[in-house]
Write a new protein. Sequence first.
Length: 175
Amino acid sequence: MYEQAATLKTACGSPCYAAPEMIAGKRYHGLRTDIWSSGVVFYAMVCGYLPFEDPKTSNLYKKIMGAEYTLPKFLSGQCKDLIRRILNTDPEGRFNVNDIRNHTWSLQIKDRNRNMGYFPGKEKMPLDEKLYDKIIEEFNFDRKYASKCIEDNRHNHITACFHLIDKRNKKIKDR
């Protein structure tokens, strides 16, 4: 069983996303390594490619261990700063979730709670029958299964479609 303060030893996941402490074979904190991995994903989302790549695994590991990556000129200074703080090779100095949420880059959205939509598995999504019928028809989902997914707040392709189309429709109404 996982305990929050416990450290882990088993290396897992894709090498390009692995945190330096995991590659080094050290005991590591799961959340801190997950933050690193999410930083790799964040980098890929804003840059369009991974920060650490090499066909030779030993070279890839050296790049990760030394945080050898480049930041494109088109990124804002705030975005570059956030990436540097997440892809920090020192797990103790690496940003945590609250640091990321409170970073100036993340705070650019004035009202982060406005139009956030529903979170499957956490909040009940009110069922808009017209939208539900449209999704069933458009995507050819099994009506009984789709109804169960939405009712149970499952996190899958059906609730994702419902959520995204509902969010889009609300944005259109707000204009």
